[in-house]
Design a protein around this ligand. Structure first.
Ligand SMILES: Nc1nc2c(ncn2[C@@H]2O[C@H](COP(=O)(O)OP(=O)(O)O)[C@@H](O)[C@H]2O)c(=O)[nH]1
Ligand SMILES: [Mg+2]
Length: 386
């Protein structure tokens, strides 16, 4: 078994239903407001898609992509900081607001209702998620009773241990640690701007350094810019890119790529995909088709799906995860841009509310900033002082 993004099975169906209801409600409200708009029909057609993007993500136009590729020096590696240093630096926004608040809550003199209330508020503000917050609070109350804890400082230790426990999934192998024989295909999905292409480039670079033969497939055929962006990365990294022109069938590109990977003895084929189409349904149908073709051509057990989520989009990222998981059965999550948010609690929510394993986290734009997610290091980096 070489699964690097092994699936966790205890999905929280109940929570998914809740999210769906919330989505429906939001959508109804939006529709009401738009009633008299002249462009009603047009907006409605876009509506489904907007719902996943929720205005957080702008389409990247071609020129901008070219510029990004030339300037974004994600392969530069300032190793003087070390991986843990990078992780700590990347989490500084979250540490400065969320963690410093938490630590002041646990510096109170007594464990009382006020402490629990403040804790609850702070956790929710940090995107930990309502259900997970409630679970954490209940757990703290239980600990106080069972262990007869009287000092807030001692409870703080239990709190950190509990976060670690949530983040550690005992049935998972660490990504990239395992070696494999033959072809492996990684299908990378997520909305535009989440960081798919950057993640692909960083992964290609890393696996190549590990002696693997890598091939890329430009499966985001919706925008010419996306194809070019991947080609520029390919030439920078010295990795071949299988591509067709804009508007081509993404599944056909994936088919070609798997055939090429087989005939060229490739170890790892990474497939980029679209993050936006005319409607959400089109997008999900396309992804399903790509997934089906790849599974059939490469062999099901050789394919893994990595969902890239932008941590700065907060709870919306959870809704996206739900949608993508339903369509393509997500094996693992890469949570990018943690350096850009003070609400790093989203890591806990993704793990606990969705039951999806977080495999990689992005804490900046350089190569060393895409890290294997290690719960121990994460909790340590989050709660450690300066
Ligand atoms: N600060 C920060 N920026 C990131 C991270 N990951 C990706 N980005 C940036 O996010 C932007 C969009 O990334 P891109 O890979 O093009 O997204 P895609 O549309 O999903 O392919 C780029 O400017 C990236 O440099 C991260 O971990 N931290
Ligand atoms: Mg892209």
């Amino acid at each position: 078994m070489f699964n690097i993004f092994k699936k966790n099975k205890d999905k929280e169906e109940e929570n998914k239903e809740e999210n769906k209801e919330e989505n429906k409600k939001e959508k109804n409200e939006e529709n009401d407001n738009e009633k008299k708009d002249e462009k009603n029909a047009e907006i409605k057609a876009e509506d489904d898609n907007e719902n996943i993007n929720e205005n957080k993500v702008e389409d990247i136009d071609d020129e901008k992509v070219e510029a990004d590729v030339e300037t974004a020096d994600i392969l530069e590696d300032d190793s003087s900081k070390g991986l843990f240093g990078r992780l700590k630096a990347g989490l500084s926004k979250t540490r400065d607001s969320f963690v410093s608040k938490i630590s002041s809550i646990f510096s109170r003199t007594n464990i009382d209702d006020e402490l629990y209330e403040e804790l609850e508020e702070t956790l929710i503000q940090a995107d930990v998620g309502v259900r997970t917050t409630m679970e954490l609070i209940d757990k703290m109350k239980d600990e106080v009773e069972e262990k007869e804890i009287t000092e807030p400082e001692e409870l703080y230790k239990s709190f950190q241990a509990e976060i670690k426990r949530i983040l550690i999934a005992d049935d998972e192998e660490l990504p990239l640690a395992t070696d494999w024989e033959g072809l492996k295909v990684l299908m990378v999905v997520g909305v535009n701007g989440a960081g798919k292409t950057t993640t692909i480039a960083k992964l290609a670079n890393r696996y190549q350094d590990n002696g693997k033969k890598v091939l890329l497939a430009a499966g985001d055929t919706f925008r010419a810019g996306a194809i070019d962006q991947l080609k520029v990365w390919g030439s920078r990294l010295g990795v071949d890119v299988i591509a067709q022109s804009e508007g081509a069938d993404a599944a056909a590109v994936a088919y070609d790529a798997v055939q090429a990977a087989k005939s060229r003895d490739v170890d790892l084929l990474i497939i980029d995909t679209a993050g936006r189409l005319h409607t959400q349904k089109n997008l999900m149908d396309e992804l399903k088709k790509v997934r089906r073709v790849v599974g059939r051509e490469a062999g099901e057990e050789r394919v893994e799906t990595l969902l890239v989520l932008d941590a700065t989009t907060g709870q919306n990222a959870l809704n996206q995860a739900d949608l993508f998981d339903k369509s393509v059965d997500v094996d693992g999550v890469a949570l990018t841009k943690l350096d850009g948010t003070a609400r790093g609690g989203i890591v806990i929510a993704v793990r606990n509310e969705l039951g999806l394993p977080i495999r990689l986290i992005g804490v900046g734009e350089a190569a060393g900033d895409l890290q294997d997610f290690n719960p121990e290091d994460f909790v340590e980096a989050l709660f450690s002082g300066e």
